[in-house]
Design a protein around this ligand. Structure first.
Ligand SMILES: Cc1ncc(COP(=O)(O)O)c(C=O)c1O
Length: 387
């Protein structure tokens, strides 16, 4: 059971931890969920892979999220155990027969994704040729406009898509199309381009009942990312322009939870402008490497947040592997020294979900914080861009 504190400084003064702590702010997650569910004209499926911590899932539920994009039977079991009335949708295009059977027969899952005829056959066999399946064909779409591309692994295009969709229609109660434009997508046009591709397949195959526009909506790392509402407007415009008469759904991960958690990590050594800290790429901070030095970082001591002139630092994680480095510029108060704590903000997405035990660094402590959180100071942006 995670303990609750008023702030990161209070946690440090009351607990004196010697390992990283993931600090979750459920009130922010709940608030964000309410806003996203209110703005989207269809079902909002939370992508559980992004952060499957129970307090996160419960906060999303309180914020009105009722649907979950589950990519493994482990995620289905977790969601149904915590939130028995939630709907799980198996949106991973490749699943084991056992996982499909358990999802269908024991957990009430009806929506399944596929992108190959053998997967379609597997879904039918594992559900005893069920007549109430809702089958979503995953389309390949371009990944321009996103920081993390998801092209290259799943999805079909063109004639093959039309053929598979027609085939699915003969066996399913409803059919849909789904795609993913890539994570942290900064360009609403990427969704319009993907919808144009989906419309072509849909019309050629005689229409669809559902369109799932996937995830990829950006979290507010820099502060100048287009808001979710701008994406919704572009999606609705493209759906209308392409005469798609179907129900909509989306699968946000990062958008819903990124600003709902931070990570506290301690400085173990300062070498000039390099800080060696006790969390890193193999722990909670992988995204500092993969999407770069976009994250707000503040210096926290048990007495409070330290402010002052900032300087650019590189960060290094605790393991021996040189992959475990998070090149800057990370803008941190210049006076930072060994024993200080860095609070890395915007760490709700793909943080503790990606953590490993590599090299014996296995801390899994989670705390709940009641403070309002914070965003990256805009003053940081200009030097970060210039560097
Ligand atoms: C099928 C699917 N849906 C949704 C998501 C969530 O994406 P994001 O966190 O960028 O919104 C992912 C992420 O990998 C995904 O693979």
């Amino acid at each position: 059971m995670a303990e609750t504190f008023g702030s990161a400084a209070a946690l440090l003064s009351l607990r004196s931890p010697d390992h990283p702590v993931v600090c979750i702010r459920p009130h922010l997650i709940e608030e964000r969920a309410r806003r996203v569910v209110g703005a989207f004209p269809g079902d909002v499926l939370y992508a559980v892979k992004c952060n499957d911590t129970p307090v996160v899932l419960e906060a999303l539920w309180r914020g009105g999220v009722r649907h979950f994009d589950t990519a493994s039977i482990g995620e289905v079991r977790l969601v149904k155990r915590l939130l028995p009335r939630a709907s799980c949708h198996f949106m991973h295009p490749v699943k084991s027969a056992e996982a499909i059977a358990e999802a269908y027969h024991e957990h009430g899952v009806r929506r399944f994704a596929f992108d190959h005829e053998d997967e379609l056959a597997k879904i039918l066999a594992a559900t005893d040729n069920a007549r109430d399946l809702e089958l979503f064909l995953r389309l390949a779409v371009p990944g321009q406009g996103s920081l993390l591309s998801l092209t290259g692994k799943f999805g079909v295009a063109g004639e093959e898509g039309v053929r598979l969709l027609r085939r699915a229609r003969t066996v399913a109660a409803a059919v849909g199309l789904t795609f993913h434009v890539g994570s942290q997508c900064l360009d609403p046009e990427a969704f319009a381009r993907a919808i144009a591709i989906a419309a072509e397949v849909a019309h050629a195959a005689g229409g669809v009942d559902h369109l799932d526009v996937g995830g990829g909506f950006p979290a507010r790392y820099r502060g100048d990312e287009p808001p979710f509402e701008a994406f919704v407007r572009r999606i609705q415009g493209a759906v209308f322009a392409h005469r798609l008469d179907c129900a909509l759904q989306c699968e946000p991960g990062r958008l819903l939870v990124a600003d709902g958690a931070s990570v506290l990590a301690r400085v173990e050594l300062r070498r000039d402008q390099a800080l060696y800290i006790n969390d890193g790429v193999y722990g909670n901070l992988a995204e500092l490497k993969w999407i770069g030095p976009l994250f707000p970082i503040r210096l926290v001591r048990p007495s409070g947040v330290v402010t002052g002139e900032r300087a650019a630092f590189d960060l290094f994680g605790p393991t021996c592997d040189s992959i475990d480095s998070m090149p800057g510029p990370h803008w941190i108060v210049r006076e930072v020294k060994e024993g200080d704590w860095l609070e890395v903000g915007m760490m709700g997405a793909y943080s503790n979900a990606l953590r490993t035990r590599f090299n014996g660094f296995a801390s899994s402590e989670i705390a709940i914080l009641r403070d309002p959180g914070w965003y990256r100071p805009q003053a940081d942006l200009a030097p970060a861009l210039a560097a």
